[in-house]
Design a protein around this ligand. Structure first.
Ligand code: ZN
Length: 491
């Protein structure tokens, strides 16, 4: 007869013990850096709420892993107990049980209890504090209300699948969570199959990225708990079911695919002087004047209406997009260059979509019509107005492929500052000009105007200008793999 003990009582090298545990989380199978070793980690807890790490290696993974399902209770006997070396300890777990094909595991029946485990969730509004920091990750709680299309990305001849899911909290704020590869194959499929029932997830050790202002992504050591038996998760699911109508409206409006200033703009947003902005910063906030009076340019490009990638299709023509693979009509989209100017310097930036239309006071369609009729847009009034305005601008460097060109930036968001605020300290959120800017814009490959043979002065000048095929192509995705710092191209 083995001794039935609690997690705390079980020490390294102990024999002849048993312990009843519940599986709190089950991570993906991962490779160890630079070795052929594969491992899969678990977190177990007992009735006292004590936790221990479970780990399975290599060939034992396919045999033993299916025997341990998340939230289920098991009696485990005589696993190999070790102390985790300090540098590998995480989340306060000090001991490790190595589960091998010899370990005795028996499922224990019983009602599913509420987990006696406390999580420290980060509010959606505080996520930007953790943005783009390799050493920081967050735990979040949210209800999954929708998903975007799955994408396949090729990086260093290795393919990765990624799909974005929309998380909602009780304040009706949304944030996008990218699930990569195994996360998509495992928990992602459960989410997709149960979308109608408002699955609640706890995402553990997620990375915060700057896509859309703020977004989340799985990382190699993340864990996703789907509908975990904890009080807060059940409350949130209940809330979602009571608010099905307003959630349907959120899904319908699709505002979650746009930049969300409520999450990314801080009440006391700090800004950088333009002379101090560098391409190594993932994003920067500046207070600047916008000027494009001196820039001769086309104010639109033909795009896929779904993903905004540039296309050679004619306006209104139904075509299958090479980028998103969706069939749809080609639409002119507003896009132009501006100079961002403050007392310290000037940098060039591009502005896209709704945000660009608001500044330009013309739509992409109007810009196209003028272009096609060889008429210059009447912009004198806009230029005069801009001289009196200062904007709070969120920018991101463009990955440029041309050597010796000036570093360009993409405007993710901009909002006009009230005149008195322009030079003083910002004390409250400025009124925004627009709530939307799709970062998809960055995936655009701008085309040449391509209308050879025109004798029109305007068109000739435009053609010359746009013959320098400008190629802007970066990726919104950050790789979940620690070894890959390079930005991947969309497949
Ligand atoms: Zn497309």
């Amino acid at each position: 007869m083995s001794n039935l003990l609690q997690i705390e009582e079980i020490v390294p090298d102990m024999k002849n013990w048993s312990c009843v545990i519940t599986v709190q989380e089950k991570q993906q199978v991962t490779d160890s850096l630079g070795t052929p070793t594969k491992k899969q980690k678990f977190v177990f807890y007992d009735s006292e709420g004590s936790k221990v790490e479970g780990i399975i290696f290599n060939a034992d993974i396919p045999r033993m892993s299916p025997m341990l399902q998340v939230y289920k209770r098991y009696k485990i006997s005589n696993a190999d107990v070790r102390t985790i070396p300090q540098k590998f300890q995480s989340a306060g777990l000090i001991k490790q049980w190595v589960i091998t094909s010899k370990t005795v595991i028996e499922e224990v029946d019983g009602n599913e209890d509420i987990m006696p485990v406390k999580f420290a969730f980060t509010d959606f509004a505080d996520l930007s504090d953790y943005m783009d920091d390799k050493n920081k990750s967050v735990d979040v709680l949210g209800v999954v209300i929708s998903s975007l299309a799955m994408k396949t990305i090729t990086r260093n001849s290795r393919q990765s699948n990624v799909q974005k899911f929309v998380l909602l909290n009780e304040e009706s704020q949304t944030v996008l969570l990218s699930l990569w590869d195994d996360f998509l194959n495992n928990e992602g499929q459960i989410l997709l199959n149960n979308m109608h029932s408002y699955p609640v997830i706890i995402g553990r050790r997620l990375k915060v990225n700057n896509y859309n202002g703020v977004s989340l992504s799985t990382w190699f050591d993340s864990a996703l708990l789907v509908d975990p038996p904890i009080q807060e998760a059940r409350q949130l699911k209940n809330w979602a079911m009571r608010n099905a109508k307003s959630i349907a409206e959120i899904i319908d409006a699709k505002s979650y695919i746009k930049y969300n200033p409520a999450l990314s703009l801080k009440r006391d947003q700090k800004t950088t002087l333009i002379c101090n902005v560098t391409a190594s910063q993932k994003t920067a906030w500046v207070k600047a004047k916008l000027s494009f009076e001196q820039i001769f340019q086309k104010y639109w490009y033909m795009s896929c209406a779904r993903c905004y990638r540039a296309t050679a299709a004619d306006y209104g023509m139904e075509f299958t997009c090479n980028s998103c693979k969706e069939k749809g009509a080609a639409m002119p989209r507003c896009r132009f260059d501006v100079d961002l100017i403050d007392d310290s310097g000037v940098i060039p930036a591009s502005i896209f979509g709704d945000l660009a239309e608001k500044i330009l006071t013309f739509t992409g369609l109007e810009a196209m019509d003028h272009f096609n009729q060889n008429l210059e847009l009447p912009l004198q009034f806009v230029h005069e107005q801009l001289k009196t305005k200062t904007f709070l601008v969120h920018i991101k460097p463009v990955q440029t492929q041309l050597a010796d060109t000036r570093q360009r930036y993409t405007i993710l968001y901009c909002s006009e500052l009230e005149p008195k605020m322009s030079h003083a300290q910002l004390t409250h959120e400025p009124e925004s000009v627009s709530l939307s800017c799709d970062q998809q814009a960055e995936n655009e490959q701008l085309l040449t105007a391509g209308h050879g043979g025109s004798s029109s002065k305007v068109r000739l000048r435009l053609s010359q200008k746009f013959d320098e095929t400008e190629t802007v192509s970066t990726n919104e995705f950050d790789s979940p793999h620690a070894d890959s710092k390079k930005k991947a191209k969309l497949g």
